[in-house]
Design a binder for this molecule. Structure first.
Ligand code: NI
Length: 145
């Protein structure tokens, strides 16, 4: 595994719409492992591939309930609304209130390329929404209240 450099605000990849992964290959699996290592080393709770300068639809999240990796993630259900404080490893030193859905169901592929569905609430749901935003070039500062 390798810790990758995290790009910060101003880097164009953060504003790029990431492309879908066609197949979960060994390269994608290595990317997922490296992203997890990078997230843990930075003490983050989530990371999206564009943050390590890879414009592909891959996210990792761990809010203390174990690592969840999603390839081509999509939110298929969202309920409720919660306002809470958010930050981003690509925007060091900034945080602010963002309203997000309280509960989401996300689907995608796991690190083995198998379809999975993840049900999340609270900060887990928030992290998934934040990371999927990254894949569309959206940053939490765009949603600040
Ligand atoms: Ni972020």
């Amino acid at each position: 595994m390798a810790v990758l450099p995290i790009v910060t605000l101003g880097h164009p990849v953060l504003r790029t719409k990431a492309r879908p992964v066609e197949k979960v290959t060994k390269r994608v699996q290595k990317l997922i492992r490296d992203m997890a290592e990078t997230m843990y080393q930075a003490k983050g709770v989530g990371l999206a591939a564009p943050q390590v300068n890879v414009a592909e639809r891959v996210i990792v999240v761990d809010v203390g309930q174990g690592l969840v990796a999603l390839v081509n993630p999509e939110i298929v259900k969202a309920e409720g609304a919660i306002r809470d404080v958010e930050g981003c490893l690509s925007i060091p030193g900034r945080s602010g209130y963002v309203t997000r859905a309280a509960r989401v169901v996300a689907k995608g592929l796991d690190a083995e390329g198998r379809p999975i569905k993840v049900e999340a609430q609270g900060y887990f749901a928030r992290a998934i929404q934040h990371e999927i935003d990254h894949l569309d070039g959206i940053l939490f500062i765009d949603r600040l209240e």
